[in-house]
Design a binder for this molecule. Structure first.
Ligand code: MN
Length: 305
């Protein structure tokens, strides 16, 4: 089943070119009180709700996909976990391009670098244009298969890992290139785009056989298959859950293949993963102005600390 969030927290089932509004099923979610349980309430109950969603769609209102505003299919993850340098050809392009690596030693593996987190507030959907920061700095697209965790887990063995997956979606890990930490330059509002919807795990038996493709203004930039992942999805879940408890709705961005490149205001991005679909996203026509810095003064102040 393809499930989307749209038009201010409505829930839909995607069929063909239409979204069937099954939002009334949300009334079945338990009423939570403070402190709220960790994780996404809808994702945590999704397995139980699927029969009801299927029933509700029979007499649901239908909206053409092109006429709705798509939001992130996950509303409340506790964290957005990211795999760095997880495709060999991307490691090679990173070594070759100083603008990407910025002096970091890219001969090391994901085992050396570990995983990193993007801020939850960076989460966004296809209908929300990506607003760039830092005029003059390169900001790149990174298409990634994104895994949505369905069940709370920790210390998961590789062989059991896929049992904890609720579904899959397309992720854009928008990235300012530069010397700052990943948690800063990849975490601006809107820099973690998920969509256009989630596909439940039963529709993707093997997440290690999916084609990915990303175009900017119709020009092909990235094209790969998830079989080229260095750490595949089960291994990433094992690795992540050895460090963090994973909660329903947590997202693992599995890493981007080769072909990363800059996006500029007004660009149109088309990101496609087989068995999921195509996400159309756009880059906001304006760059967000930043406060003025005085590099000399700032450097002097920093040295006094
Ligand atoms: Mn990435």
């Amino acid at each position: 089943m393809k499930i989307c969030r749209f038009n201010h927290d409505r829930i839909g089932i995607v069929e063909g070119d239409f979204i069937l509004d099954v939002s009334s099923a949300l009334a079945e979610l338990p009423k939570a009180s403070w402190p709220f349980p960790a994780g996404d309430l809808l994702i945590s109950r999704l397995a139980d709700l699927l029969p009801l969603l299927a029933q509700k769609k029979e007499d649901a209102a239908a909206f053409p996909i092109s006429e709705v505003r798509l939001e992130s299919p996950v509303a409340n993850p506790t964290k957005l976990i990211n795999a760095p340098i997880n495709y060999r050809a991307h490691i090679e392009e990173t070594k070759a391009d100083q603008q990407i690596s910025h002096g970091r030693d890219m001969t090391k593996s994901i085992w050396h670098w570990g995983l990193f987190l993007k801020a939850n507030s960076a989460l966004s959907g296809a209908g929300n244009p990506i607003r760039l920061r830092y005029p003059g700095r390169r900001t790149d697209h990174e298409i990634e298969l994104a895994v949505i965790i369905g069940t709370e887990c920790e210390g998961v063995a590789r062989k059991d890992a896929l049992n904890y997956v609720a579904g899959y979606t397309i992720g854009l890990d928008i990235t300012i290139r530069g010397p700052e930490l990943q948690s800063f330059r990849k975490s601006a509002d809107g820099f973690a785009v998920l969509g256009p919807w989630m596909v439940t795990a039963d529709e993707i038996n093997d997440p290690g056989q999916l084609d990915l493709e990303l175009k900017v203004n119709g020009e092909l930039r990235q094209k790969a298959n998830t079989r080229s992942l260095v750490y595949d999805v089960p291994r990433l879940i094992e690795y992540a859950s050895s460090m963090y408890t994973l909660y329903p709705g947590d997202v693992i961005f599995t890493g981007t293949p080769e072909g990363v490149g800059p996006i500029t205001p007004g660009d149109h991005i088309e990101a496609q993963i087989s068995r999921i679909g195509t996400m159309k996203a756009s880059v906001h026509p304006e760059i967000l102005p930043l406060p003025q810095h005085d590099p000399v003064l700032d450097e002097a102040k920093a040295q006094k600390v």
